[in-house]
Design a protein around this ligand. Structure first.
Ligand code: ATP
Ligand code: MG
Length: 173
């Protein structure tokens, strides 16, 4: 799986529609403090199924919606679209959140469950829980973590997290 494009609309500091194409190889994002570099990475994490507002530096998930500035009003919703290539085909995944209605996913134009999105990316060893995404301060956190939590990180890296999630679901039924 290769991520090719990220589109943000009303997400955090990206009040206006913004698009980023991701070329093969290494992509660097540079800019002054507070310009939105971490927000971009959070958008990526969010569209791939992040459910923990704390991972998005927020209290509630609606905190990802553009909150307004002195000159602009807050937005009622936010949307992030991610394009990715898999087996030679390009697919679009969209996640949208409204202030009062929670969030919903569309994969290739069809409604999808959060769980399916999370498992899909876990199988591809990417996604919201993936160690491929390293937050500011996360390395220090990892060192201080309990063995159980550290094991989850290793499972993700080994590409078995998708299997573990399904086993958990099967056991619950
Ligand atoms: P640094 O170099 O310090 O790590 P950065 O480029 O990673 O900075 P971010 O943390 O991505 O910057 O962006 C922070 C900015 O995003 C702040 O100005 C903050 O006010 C703004 N921001 C965060 N959430 C929202 C929101 N919901 N609505 C509007 N602005 C927001
Ligand atoms: Mg940052």
């Amino acid at each position: 799986m290769r991520l090719t494009r990220l589109r943000l609309n009303g997400f955090k500091s990206f009040a206006d529609p913004s698009e980023l194409s991701i070329a093969p190889g290494l992509t660097g994002v540079v800019g002054p403090n507070g310009c939105g570099k971490s927000n971009l990475l959070e958008a990526l994490r969010w569209v791939m199924g992040e459910t923990r507002p704390t991972q998005m530096r927020g209290q509630g998930m609606e905190d990802v919606i553009f909150a307004g500035t002195a000159r602009r009003g807050a937005r009622p919703w936010a949307e992030v679209a991610l394009h990715f290539e898999r087996d030679g085909a390009e697919t679009e995944l969209v996640r949208r959140i409204t202030r009062d209605g929670g969030s919903a996913y569309r994969l290739a134009g069809r409604e999808a469950r959060a769980r399916d999105i999370q498992v899909m990316f876990a199988d591809a060893a990417s996604g919201a829980q993936s160690p491929a995404l390293v937050r500011q301060g996360q390395i220090a956190e990892l060192i201080g973590q309990k063995p159980q939590a550290r094991r989850r990180v290793i499972e993700e890296a080994a590409g078995v997290a998708g299997l573990q999630a399904r086993r958990g679901e099967a056991a619950a039924k």
